[in-house]
Design a protein around this ligand. Structure first.
Ligand SMILES: C[S@@+](CC[C@H](N)C(=O)[O-])C[C@H]1O[C@@H](n2cnc3c(N)ncnc32)[C@H](O)[C@@H]1O
Length: 456
């Protein structure tokens, strides 16, 4: 097997595992790459093929349906994945067409026999005859609405396109939708943090524009830098850094304050909160419902010399059991993750509109419980890595209605702007709230939503 074929086989096997056994590509791929002994260049190719194929699956399925004259459900799943991988190479990479066709046909033949090989050959040859532009025009013709057209062209489920359009429209920026969908399909650059007070940003690194502690390496291996730092330099999205800092820096910290990170796993923000607590003489506790993720929180805290107890409870119960206790609470709520689609290639296909009401009920429960665990005057940061209005503005509005004058909103947008080294240009929200909303296409961060509420 050639080296490129090795990369392709790893990509194919990973895509199959994602579809067959609900595997996560980002977790599985590193092990598969190591097992196949791929060198750095082939590992990069395997990653690109896997991520690109999974991300753009919606577009490729539309192309395959036209090129094969068959409905997608009629195609054997293992053969379909070989076709998707082939179409990705033909339409979105510089891999030579004959290699893309031949090796995908071979994968289809291994999966479904000679007939499947012949079918794949016919479909892929048909795809290879026209340009990517021609195919985009062709699949767009079948759309019955603009959202459906965008969904096909930018490979997003239509309900996600609609949700993103609404979230952008809430700040008068619906015209940025295509830029956002494009950003969702690009691999994010690795962003790191030097935990404040514990590590310095390397001199040759580029500082990030918005978080005062974020940076990106010009070159070199992030893992080597992390290992050398004893856990004080970490990979963390800039938006995630800003979310934790918005809470700790919303107002000066008084010595001895008690803080709680209610939904802490895997612990990225906990590590930053711990560094901040250490620097300002505050105490931090963390909670995470999943025991395995609670383990990751403990690991994330290894670089910070601060005792942080980690409990493993439902955050609603954990907070309700501790009324009037904390000065600051982070509710980084479980959410649809629609703001981090670029990070998890298969995520967009795994969520469904029905997840939203279920999650927003949980989110309201967690936020309400967190408010009851605050001392009067205490602050909660309600954060989601989703811009969906039902999970952001909707949850905050509903909880504020319940709490009435007992809760006031703090100017998160202004606070995030003041934290930033350059103006993030956060737009006011149509509902008049002070919520800060970051965007992949504007800020190169996950679409993090940050609201700050004070218990009066
Ligand atoms: C968005 S993630 C938190 C990310 C984390 N703050 C970080 O920066 O690494 C939400 C977490 O909430 C946890 N979770 C889900 N339901 C929960 C509940 N009822 N109580 C507490 N945690 C919960 C999930 O297991 C998940 O680890």
């Amino acid at each position: 097997m050639s080296r490129v074929a090795g990369a392709r086989q790893v990509a194919y096997d990973t895509i199959r595992a994602v579809h067959e056994s609900d595997a996560y590509a980002n977790l599985l791929l590193p092990t598969s790459i190591a097992r196949a002994w791929l060198n750095t260049a082939d590992a990069a190719l395997a990653t690109e093929l896997t991520y690109g194929t999974l991300r753009r699956q919606g577009t490729y399925d539309a192309v395959i349906a036209v090129a094969s004259d068959r409905g997608i459900p009629e195609i054997h799943p293992a053969v379909l994945d070989a076709l998707r991988l082939g179409v990705h190479q033909l339409l979105s990479t510089r891999v030579a067409s004959h290699a893309a066709v031949n090796e995908s046909v071979e994968l289809a033949r291994e999966a479904g026999g000679r007939g499947a090989g012949g079918f794949a050959n016919a479909v892929l040859r048909r795809v290879s005859r026209d340009t990517p532009g021609d195919w985009m025009t062709r699949i767009a013709e079948s759309a019955r609405s603009d959202d459906e057209r965008l969904g096909l062209l930018f490979s997003h489920p239509v309900w996600v396109v609609r949700a993103l359009r609404r979230a952008l429209a809430a700040e008068g920026r619906a015209d940025e939708l295509e830029a956002l969908l494009t950003a969702d399909n690009a691999a994010p650059r690795v962003t790191m943090i030097a935990l404040p007070g514990l590590a310095e940003i390397p001199e040759d690194a580029r500082r990030t524009p918005f978080s005062p502690h974020g940076f990106r390496l010009g070159g070199g291996d992030p893992d080597a830098v992390i290992r050398a730092s004893d856990g004080r330099v970490r990979v963390q999205d800039e938006g995630s850094q800003l979310a934790a800092l918005a809470l700790t820096r919303a107002e000066p910290v008084r010595e001895g304050e008690r803080w709680l990170d209610l939904c802490a796993g895997p612990g990225g923000k906990t590590a930053l909160l711990a560094a901040e607590a250490l620097a300002h003489g505050a105490k931090l506790e963390a909670n995470e419902i999943s025991p395995s993720r609670a383990g990751l929180v403990r690991k994330a805290l290894a670089g910070v010399p601060l005792e942080v107890p980690v409990s493993e409870q439902d955050g609603r119960i954990r907070a309700e059991e501790a009324p009037n206790t904390y000065d600051r609470i982070l509710v980084d709520a479980p959410c649809t993750g629609l703001g981090a689609l670029r990070r998890r290639p298969e995520a967009r296909w795994r969520k469904a509109p029905a997840d939203v009401p279920e999650l927003s009920e949980l989110q309201r429960g967690l936020l309400g419980a967190a408010l009851s665990a605050l001392k009067p005057g205490g602050i909660v940061a309600y954060v989601t890595c989703s811009p969906h209005l039902a999970e952001t503005a909707g949850v905050v509005a509903e909880v504020r209605r319940e709490w009435g004058a007992a809760v006031e909103e703090l100017p998160a947008r202004e606070i995030v702007t003041e934290l930033s080294d350059s103006d993030p240009g956060l737009a006011p929200q149509a509902d008049g709230s002070e919520r800060a909303q970051l965007w992949p296409h504007r800020h190169n961060t996950d679409a993090m939503s940050i609201s700050l509420l004070r218990r009066v």
